[in-house]
Design a protein. Structure first.
Lengths: 378, 304, 385
């Protein structure tokens, strides 16, 4: 009882409406491009040039050599040498610096005499993540310095032995240069798709109710599946173009590697999109008023895809309740799939679970939308 | 299905938050006639129409449309009817052509027939020069004609029109009714609701609704015969004073302003001379006092 | 000025009734911010702990086991798999079951005791580069500490062997003590939650305001108002005040949940927070107003809000530090009100700073507010004419 003709008619109508709505088009095509550019170029989680002040209470050649080690490294940017503790407080309070290195008086003497020395690092912990990282860097610098002192004194005493007992080689897999963009861009594409899908479709049904065109429409023989599928088709078309564009920008312009199968990528992306858009449509069906639909869309698409998909925040560290909820977020599976295909170059043999769950989500959303939609005025 | 009645309702009811918008409606519309449902805002006309079109569920009662049980199985009627909602229900961001194409596809009209009907519809709706214009940019009258064209692209047997000429200029209104009469020739049944009492007079049969109930349904003439109402029309200078004076007269049921005239509904016993007498006594100058055929509006006020 | 307050009051009353009568509207105002806050509060967590680690111990000596123990003993690493061969590592890393692998070669203990260089190979999953950087830092730290302890032990050993005539072996141990200010436990949550308040305020403020105003235009009641003796300014004020109030309610709500439930520190002054909120609301509502003047339908309003909000959020310093942005983009953030909201909120919550330190941000917010409201009224009156 499903007429392909009617589906095509609805798809055509939606397509025309989408094309004539410049603002939505701008959003659909512009936002992904904007986000990609920002993330690929401007937004870095890499920690470099952390503004640091130094409070050198010793002012010896030894202390200067020590400070030099901080300056030499790209992670720290020494902005000034100050003389009082008050200034340390002020610098951090005002945000002029995020780290302060305090060298105690007697630094040089203590080292020569073989007494233990304590360097103080004061860190602005507001941004916990970057703070952790640069504390780690500082700690490494200090330990290095310490090791050098020890091995120097060992060799002075004529003792054999290496400076470094343990030599660790570290290899980074999948993203060797630790470029944040390589990990961000694939996840970002998932987020963008989810948000666009949700935003665009969340208004489509509510809008027709509010404008009165739905009342007219339901007086015709059109069936619910025809209506839902017809509407979805044009949005999926748009989403797919968006996706291909994003992938092209990500790989060609930002050089994010694409090691896995392109076909698998495209197929899974279509499945994901249908699911995300069905969710948007479901919101539209339930909300009936556009203001309501838009708020619900943010809650149901933007929020989960950004927070709970593993895109920025790792799922493993979340409380169990939230971890459970992430199973319902299709973006989570898509992020894993994207990272897998882009960076790890794996295929279905590893990703089959995610693929399956994605299909399940999509099917469930479609069914829900069709079940909830009633050709009836209340 | 050739039955005598295109629409039959029995005890049709719809309740909104304890308000009985439609209250036990018993209505019949004969096949091939044009039936006008009149009544004030909130009378329940739109709700009735929505239920008959299968876009709103009923809370009680039965209704058969073209032989189908529209309350139990709303989808069964939709192929053979066409519904025009009170609010403009077409897509303002689509052109005239695109809107009609869309509706043609919805009703699965085959290509040849569509072309033929399209040309005819464009011709008698005079929308041909505007096929490429966005529906949102049409005037009120043209919008309604477009709505009608979309409704007719698929040869429905019954038209349900909810206040189709609301806010439309008089010229377009007249053209609209011309189209309706032509459709009658083709055997289409038309069920139209309207707040304009004068349009009701153009229908074969009229039903007057108020507060969810059907007060009376008959031919315009039949109604006037059944509700024996004498109405005297007065053209005078000081309407307010005249109204006050007349209202005190025994046998005068109601005095209503009608533009620059007064309509006085009277019982047996009061006639034009009586009125003239009252006016002269109160020193009110008048230009004419005469009996008129009561309008449906007069009858409505009598009934409610 | 006569009748000004009466007229504004009139509009206010109408707006309030409209907004709060609608049950759905009441829900939208309160539920989404709370839900978003709670989810964010729990999910926004970049603390790196319990990294699943696999170990291939080719040495299987007391020494090598002690080395591995140093990793497992910390809360940063969790040794979850013991590998029999190097190849198993591939599958575990690919599937994401572990993010770190430690390879210890045969002869590790021998090298250590002989004083030779011992080699360790550590593989890190770099997919998530910021986490990988932190992991790298931890790895280096643990290894360095281990190295130092080896050195110290060997020195002690040598000391015992030396005769009195040899020159004394002097060594110092350089230690770093770290003191973390403002967010002592380094909980990323404390960093994000004040930020979330800023984000929610700006998103809801702009979206609700713009859509509510546009809704009236869509339905057509706007024209009716313009005809009455209400002046545009009064109309605008009357329309915006309810949303300002909603903004304040949200601030109170979110701050309460943040401090009481999530135990985010609040070192600043509540009064200052309320004052600062007024400064936030200025450009936020002004922007909502402006969007409403360039949108014909609610849909356009919503899309426009998003077009603004997306870059605004990303360039606000919420997750990505502004200092790390290229100069051109950094310049752009100067006109982003959310950026100032971020630093003010974090300042109040975590640093306990107040007017003395934050006045430049407040000034910027004020200027942006004037700009947006100004632009809007220009467009608004043009329209009405």
């Amino acid at each position: 009882m499903i007429s392909i003709r009617r589906i095509r008619a609805v798809a055509k109508k939606e397509r025309l409406q989408i094309l004539r709505d410049t603002r939505s088009l701008l959003l659909a095509l512009g936002i992904p491009m904007l986000m990609l550019f920002l993330f690929g170029w401007a937004l870095k989680l890499d920690v470099i040039d952390v503004k640091t002040v130094v409070f050198d209470q010793d002012r010896s050649s030894a202390s200067r050599a020590f400070i030099e080690r901080f300056d030499a490294v790209e992670y720290f940017d020494i902005v000034s040498c100050i003389d009082t503790y008050d200034e340390v407080e002020r610098s951090l309070d005002r945000g002029d610096a995020r780290a302060a290195v305090v060298i105690p008086k007697g630094f040089s003497e203590d080292i020569k005499a073989g007494r233990d020395v304590q360097i103080q690092l004061i860190a602005d912990g507001t941004d916990a993540l970057t703070a952790q990282v640069f504390i780690g860097y500082a700690s490494a610098i200090v330990t290095d310095f310490s090791q050098d002192i020890i091995s120097e004194s060992l060799s002075r005493s004529g003792l054999a032995g290496t400076g470094r007992p343990v030599n660790v080689s570290v290899r980074v897999w999948y993203n060797p240069e630790l470029e944040s963009k390589n990990f961000i861009v694939p996840g970002l594409i998932a987020v963008i798709m989810m948000v666009i899908a949700g935003l665009l479709t969340s208004l489509t049904v509510a809008r027709e109710w509010e404008r009165g065109t739905m009342e007219q429409l339901i007086s015709t023989p059109i069936t619910v599946p025809e209506l839902v599928i017809g509407k979805l088709i044009s949005y999926v078309e748009l989403g797919f173009i968006d996706f291909v564009l994003s992938v092209l920008v990500g790989t060609l312009i930002f050089g994010v590697p694409l090691k896995g199968s392109v076909i698998l990528l495209l197929v899974l992306s279509v499945i994901f999109m249908i699911g995300a858009m069905s969710l948007g449509m479901f919101i539209s069906i339930v909300a009936k008023k556009q203001v309501m639909a838009s708020q619900m869309a943010i809650l149901a698409t933007f929020l989960p895809s950004f927070l709970l998909s593993g895109f920025v925040f790792p799922i493993a560290t979340m409380p169990l309740v939230l971890q459970g909820i992430t199973f319902l977020v299709s973006a989570r599976y898509f992020v894993t799939i994207l990272k897998g295909i882009f960076l790890k170059g794996v295929g279905l043999e590893v990703l089959w679970i995610e693929g399956l769950l994605l299909c399940a989500f999509t099917a469930a959303m479609l069914a829900l939308s069709m079940a909830r939609f009633k050709k009836e005025l209340t | 299905m050739t039955t005598e009645y295109a629409i039959e309702t029995r005890g049709l009811t719809r309740i909104f938050d304890e308000v009985r918008a439609v209250d036990g409606l018993d209505l019949t519309v004969r096949t091939g006639e044009i039936f006008g449902l009149i009544g004030p805002d909130g009378a329940g006309k739109t709700t009735t129409m929505r239920m008959l079109a299968g876009v709103m569920a009923a809370d009680g009662g039965k209704a058969r449309v073209l032989g189908h049980d529209v309350i139990g199985d709303p989808e069964s009627v939709k192929r053979d009817i066409a519904y025009m909602s009170q609010r403009f229900g077409l897509y303002e961001d689509l052109t005239v052509q695109e809107n009609i194409d869309f509706y043609a596809e919805l009703y699965l009209v085959d290509a040849e027939e569509k072309k033929e009907r399209f040309d005819r519809l464009m011709e008698f709706s005079r929308l041909s020069p505007f096929t490429g214009r966005l529906a949102g940019k049409l005037s009120g009258g043209m919008k309604q004609k477009l709505g009608l064209a979309c409704a007719l692209i698929h040869t429905p047997k019954l038209l349900l029109l909810d206040e189709p000429t609301n806010g439309v200029d008089p010229v377009s209104r007249r053209e609209f009714w011309k189209i309706l009469y032509e459709l009658l020739q083709e055997g289409v049944t038309i069920f139209v609701s309207t707040p304009y009492m004068d349009e009701a007079d153009r229908c074969h049969r009229v039903g007057i609704m108020d507060d969810g109930k059907l007060l009376i349904a008959d031919t315009p003439l039949g109604i006037r015969e059944r509700i024996r109402l004498s109405v005297i029309e007065i053209f005078c200078d000081d309407g307010r004073r005249a109204q006050k004076a007349l209202e005190r007269v025994r046998g005068v049921k109601d005095v209503v302003f009608f533009g620059d005239k007064l309509h006085v509904s009277v019982k047996e016993g009061v006639d034009e001379d009586t009125i003239r007498g009252v006016l002269t006594e109160s020193n009110i100058a008048f230009r004419s006092v005469r009996s008129i055929v009561p309008s449906l509006e007069d009858i409505f006020f009598e009934l409610s | 000025m006569n009748g000004f307050f009466e007229r504004v009051g009139c509009i206010l009353r109408k707006e309030f009734i409209q907004i709060f009568r609608d049950k759905r509207m009441r829900v939208i105002i309160f539920i989404p911010p709370i839900v978003q806050l709670i989810v964010f509060g729990y999910a926004a967590n970049t603390d790196v702990r319990h990294v699943p680690t696999a170990v291939y111990d080719g040495d299987k000596t007391h020494v090598s086991r002690e080395f591995v123990e140093r990793f497992d003993a910390t809360e940063y690493f969790d040794v979850t798999h013991s590998l029999m061969s190097m190849d198993e590592a591939d599958a575990l890393m690919d599937s994401g079951k572990v993010s770190t692998v430690i390879f210890i070669e045969r002869g590790f203990a021998r090298h250590i005791t002989a004083g030779d260089e011992a080699e360790i190979l550590i593989v890190i999953d770099g997919t998530d580069s910021s986490i990988a950087s932190v992991v790298l830092g931890y790895v280096n730290r643990i290894v360095s500490d281990y190295s130092v302890s080896i050195l110290v032990t060997s020195i002690e050993r040598y000391r015992g062997v030396l005769s009195r005539s040899s020159p004394p072996v002097i060594y110092t141990n350089l230690e770093m003590t770290e003191r973390v200010w403002y967010n002592e436990e380094l909980k990323s949550r404390n960093f994000f939650i004040p930020g979330i308040l800023g984000l929610l305020l700006s998103l809801i403020g702009v979206m609700l305001t713009s859509m509510a105003i546009v809704k009236e235009r869509e339905i057509g009641t706007m024209e009716q108002l313009i005809v009455t003796p209400v002046r545009s300014v009064e109309l605008i004020i009357g329309k915006l005040l309810p949303f300002a109030l909603i903004g304040y309610i949200d601030v109170v709500l979110i701050t309460a949940i943040a401090t009481l439930w999530f135990r985010v520190p609040f070192d600043g002054s509540i009064l200052f927070l309320f004052l600062a909120t007024a400064f936030f609301l200025l450009p936020t509502l002004g922007l909502g107003l402006f969007i409403s003047t360039v949108s014909k339908t609610q849909q356009e309003a919503m899309m426009s809000t998003f077009l603004y909000f997306n870059p605004a959020m990303l360039l606000s310093g919420f997750v990505f530090p502004i200092e790390s942005m290229p100069a051109m983009i950094r310049a752009l953030t100067v006109i982003n009100p959310v950026r100032y909201m971020m630093s003010v909120l974090r300042g109040i919550f975590l640093k306990g700073t107040g007017m003395a330190e934050l006045w430049p941000d407040l000034l910027a917010l004020f200027l942006l507010g004037v700009l947006t409201v100004g632009l809007s009224s220009v467009r608004f009156t043009k329209r009405a004419k």
